[in-house]
Design a protein around this ligand. Structure first.
Ligand code: IDP
Ligand code: MG
Length: 149
């Protein structure tokens, strides 16, 4: 089953939206394989956002993601990466579809509340960046047969 890394960014934590954001993924049926609250160090932030190094918004992005605690989780499900991206909405909240997390709670790209992996390769790298193998729990829910075909 596909896995994706999700982060409730510092603005989501500060604004009291942890539960709301997790709920949106949870009610869609995705299974939580791992979940924890951490503060991202500058070193971890630089590895996670290495692809954006050199862009004008990069220093602000590192500042933002390290500015306070975040909640990181691994979600599982068929097509979890794309499904999670849909639930999050477009990178720029002003362009995100109504009903998505970023549209419903955000206004600005530098305060867009949530991160989700953008493809299978980045998902694998990001999951390994934030979680050890032992932290990734393999289990089934009694409801799985009503959610997964
Ligand atoms: P994504 O989070 O939707 O995958 P990316 O393009 O990978 O979007 O950018 C990573 C993060 O960097 C965004 O979520 C946003 O927080 C920030 N970001 C992207 N573009 C800009 C920008 O033009 N100004 C400020 N921050 C930006
Ligand atoms: Mg991205």
């Amino acid at each position: 089953m596909e896995r994706t890394l999700i982060i409730v960014k510092p603005d989501g934590v500060q604004r009291g939206l942890i539960g709301e954001i997790i709920t949106r993924f949870e009610r869609r049926g995705m299974r939580i394989a791992a979940l924890k609250m951490i503060q991202i160090t500058p070193e971890l932030a630089e590895r996670h956002y290495a692809v954006h190094k050199g862009k004008p918004f990069y220093p602000g992005l590192i500042n933002y993601i390290t500015s306070g605690p975040v909640v990181v989780m691994v979600l599982e499900g068929n097509g979890a990466i794309e499904v999670a991206r849909q639930t999050m909405g477009a990178t720029r909240p002003a362009e995100a579809a109504p009903g998505t997390i970023r549209a419903d709670f955000g206004l600005e790209v530098g305060r867009n509340l949530v991160h989700g992996s953008d493809g299978p390769e980045t998902a694998a790298v990001e999951v390994a960046l934030f979680f050890t193998e032992a932290e990734l729990l393999s289990y089934s829910r009694d409801t799985d047969r009503w959610i997964f075909e």
